[in-house]
Design a protein around this ligand. Structure first.
Ligand code: HDD
Length: 762
């Protein structure tokens, strides 16, 4: 969606609405029950069912939003403050006096303003939006209607937009670590449904590292900084992680994903999401099918390259956080389709893996993903701490129609999340924090605990009771009461791993087989870095001989060659021989024809060609790209025909790694100036090295010639317009439209893996 979209304008107006005198944000109060109730109750009640819409959560949050515009400074207790710079002293140069309540309050608040960071997924960012089911989604031949499968209104009622809050995160690094590290990304969505909160707490990769929640503390201890020296930060590349991995063959499939470009997402909005586990959908008749949840980004699934990520650690360490914030603020609303893979118990029996094993995916070649709705993120938080830091997810938050499977990883998560919130918030009332509150009314007999917000009326806080007519009443299934799927379970208590969880290499091989050659090379290069950091040779050997050589012999050989290990002579005993592929696993097959939200750097200086710049800007912006002018210093730059443009960034504050593509317009004076400067050449060389589309017009081609791009044809020898490996050059202004078209195509491809940029010293 572009800024010209009418709905975008409406929302923008809403966002910018003048605050009212009492500090309200100005959003219209449209509470469904018309009451002025406080934050404890909400716009939805039993009587007002069905009135949830995309704004329902915002209306609830309005109750607690505060805006200081035009207001006087007060203490936390509402007393106006006359001086907040000087503490109260006994005499001009005397000691501070204890009765200075403002000093004590200010300091106490400050001393206590940090809360424990999440033990995993500490670093992240989030945004508000909505989810809307599609009308009559295509579920294939087997199922006609989504309502046949689930009674969850959030998934079936296409007239309803359910408000959501989604938080994306890295896993390993601490709250202040860099965004672009090699890591899994969290993708957690809280749906504020009319039937209570549903949290889909997933990742951007569909398998997981381990099969049983019991192993989670070990996994996390192994991957986090080592306990003696606290190093390294936000990285798996150290002995303890690979020691653990090399002794846990079940990790192999996930390791393939983590070594791939999936672990270096270009942007949160260009990332798939997965519920990982097999869940259940349950219908009105209490019948159930299995389901896997998939988020598919509208903008395609794209990655950064390793060298680029390491530079971003320094140059834009908030790269992914800023990316999400900026696009929404600039008026683009990132969008994902929610898809489901549906299969019943009989089908599940037929698979050559166990659907309860979270280290396995259900390949799309076996069960297609059926899109059933879309999520749009359209509003940044007002306050990072209150919303992003305090949002608390829990996979145990489900609504009628969605249920758990017996996946032992999922079962353990159902305990851990509730428990971890007690640590983070210091008490059980974290669900009352505004961002975590459901938009439904809540009635139960919980009354107390640290920081209780709700004021529950009445004498009764127990059941059964006669004094309060036994309210609140339990709800039958027909009245919306949650009933667990009545699965028949019968077994001996046993601490064991099912044999059906025993194949660790078939899907790892499927993943390897499904990669293009450049993607395979990325995996090998990543293994060279990660294992190259491992000091103990026996760990490197175990990874190569015991794990990788059971995935693919050639893969193991290529890894061994880079890390000082003797390549294995034969394939491993457990290496599956299948040659199956699943095209959906390769990111190269997830590149829709769009350049929406891509960031394009236009390098210029005074004396640029006006026509080039205005044509480029309007054509690229029309396609939804974001064009930024980069020059040596900030300020106005003048073109040959007298047009001026304002530089968005200057060289010291800009770097090619923050852009998706580079273009150099003509203009002799502008290009001559840039040829005397190192930074523009660095920009071009680095963008080329990172496989990005680059383009030059007229004199701009001379800058490319200076950089000496290896094995690339440039316009000049008889050809006015050349597009070679994502390098587009044009010498004839008459070809401007064709040039822009070629450049847009090159940007849509995202990266040009056919290049061999090794010689480029950027
Ligand atoms: Fe977890 C946070 C995703 C397995 C225990 N997890 C957390 C978050 C995400 C995931 C996205 C961040 C939520 C947020 O933004 O606040 N976790 C997953 C996925 C898993 C998974 C997709 C496997 C399918 N997790 C997992 C296991 C355990 C945990 C097996 C423990 C038994 N996860 C936690 C936690 C966290 C957490 C310790 C830390 C902060 C939090 O919960 O709220 O409880």
């Amino acid at each position: 969606m572009t800024a010209d979209d009418p709905t975008e304008h409406d929302r923008e107006q809403d966002r910018n609405a003048e605050p009212t005198a009492d500090g309200d944000s100005g959003r219209e109060e449209t509470r469904a029950d018309g009451s002025g109730a406080g934050p404890g109750s909400t716009g939805t009640s039993d009587d007002a069912g069905g009135q949830v819409d995309e704004n329902s959560k915002h209306e609830q949050l309005d109750e607690v939003r505060e805006n200081p515009e035009g207001e006087k400074l007060t203490t936390d207790h509402g007393v106006k403050v006359s001086d907040t710079d000087n503490s109260l002293k006994a005499g001009e140069r005397g000691p501070t006096i204890m009765e200075d309540f403002h000093f004590r309050e200010k300091m106490t608040q400050f001393d206590h303003e940090s809360i424990p960071e999440r033990v995993v997924h500490a670093r992240g960012t989030g945004a508000h939006g909505y989810f809307q089911p599609y009308d009559d989604p295509d579920l294939g031949d087997e199922y006609d209607d989504i309502e046949e499968l689930t009674k969850a209104k959030v998934l079936t009622d296409s007239d309803q937009k359910t408000p959501v809050f989604t938080r994306f995160s890295t896993v390993v690094g601490s709250r202040g670590s860099s965004d672009t590290v090699r890591d899994v990304r969290g993708f957690a969505t809280k749906f504020y449904t009319e039937e209570g909160n549903w949290d889909l707490v997933g990742n951007n990769m569909p398998p997981f590292f381990i099969q049983d929640a019991m192993e989670f503390p070990d996994l996390v201890h192994a991957i986090k900084p080592e306990p003696d020296d606290g190093m390294p930060q936000a990285s798996a590349a150290h002995d303890t992680f690979w020691d653990f991995a090399s002794l846990k063959p079940e990790i192999t499939h996930m390791i393939m994903w983590v070594l791939s470009g999936r672990a270096l997402p270009r942007a949160y909005r260009m990332m798939q999401g997965f519920g990982v586990h097999t869940f259940r959908l349950v219908n009105d008749d209490g019948e159930s099918v299995f389901v896997k949840f998939h988020w598919t980004p509208k903008l395609g699934t794209h990655q950064l390259v390793w060298d680029e990520t390491t530079k971003l650690w320094g140059k834009e360490s908030d790269f992914n956080r800023k990316g999400l914030y900026d696009v929404i603020e600039e008026g683009y609303d990132p969008e994902w389709e929610l898809g489901v893979q549906i299969f019943d118990e009989e089908q599940a029996e037929e698979f050559d893996f166990d659907v309860l094993d979270p280290t396995k995916i259900v390949p799309e070649t076996e069960v297609p993903v059926r899109p059933i709705g879309k999520m749009v993120l359209n509003e940044t938080p007002d306050n990072f701490f209150a919303e992003v830091e305090q949002v608390a997810f829990h996979p145990g938050n489900v609504v009628p129609g969605i249920d758990f499977s017996n996946d032992p990883l999922l079962q353990g998560r159902l305990f851990s999340y509730q428990d971890t919130q007690l640590n983070r918030f210091g008490g059980a009332n974290w669900d009352e924090i505004p961002i975590n509150r459901p938009i439904t009314e809540r009635h139960n007999n919980q009354r107390a605990g640290f920081m209780r917000q709700e004021i529950n009326e009445g004498k009764v806080s127990y059941k059964p009771n006669s004094i309060g007519d036994d309210d609140p009443q339990e709800a039958s299934a027909e009245e919306g009461g949650y009933e667990h799927y009545a699965e028949k379970v019968d077994g001996k208590k046993i601490r064991n791993r099912s044999d059906s969880f025993g194949d660790h290499f078939t899907q790892a091989r499927l993943f390897w087989n499904s990669m293009s050659e450049p993607e395979k090379q990325n995996i090998v290069d990543a293994a060279h870095f990660e294992l190259g950091k491992v000091e103990r040779v026996e760990i490197r050997e175990r990874m190569v001989y015991d794990l990788f050589n059971n995935v693919d012999h050639e893969f193991a050989t290529r890894v061994a060659e880079g890390i000082g290990i003797e390549p294995p002579e034969e394939p491993g005993d457990e290496m599956p021989t299948h040659d199956r592929e699943d095209p959906s696993l390769s990111m190269e097959n997830r590149t829709p024809d769009t350049i929406e939200t891509r960031k394009i750097a236009v390098l210029l200086d005074d004396g640029f060609d006006d026509e080039h710049v205005s044509e480029l800007r309007s054509a690229l912006e029309e396609e939804g790209a974001r064009v930024k002018i980069i020059s040596k210093v900030l300020g106005e730059k003048s073109g040959t025909e007298g047009e001026t443009v304002e530089a968005d960034k200057h060289h010291v504050a800009a770097a090619s790694v923050a852009f998706d593509a580079i273009v150099v317009p003509g203009g002799e004076q502008s290009v001559d100036a840039m040829r005397q400067q190192g930074d523009p050449k660095q920009f071009v060389a680095e963008a080329f090295k990172h496989y990005k589309p680059i383009a030059a017009l007229g004199d701009g081609i001379e800058l490319f010639e200076d950089v000496e791009l290896p094995d690339v044809d440039l316009a000049g020898d008889g050809d006015d317009l050349v597009s070679d490996q994502g390098v587009v050059t044009c010498r004839d202004d008459g070809e401007l439209d064709a040039f822009v078209e070629e450049f847009v195509d090159a940007i849509a491809q995202h990266r040009h893996w056919g290049r061999d940029p090794k010689e480029v010293p950027a």
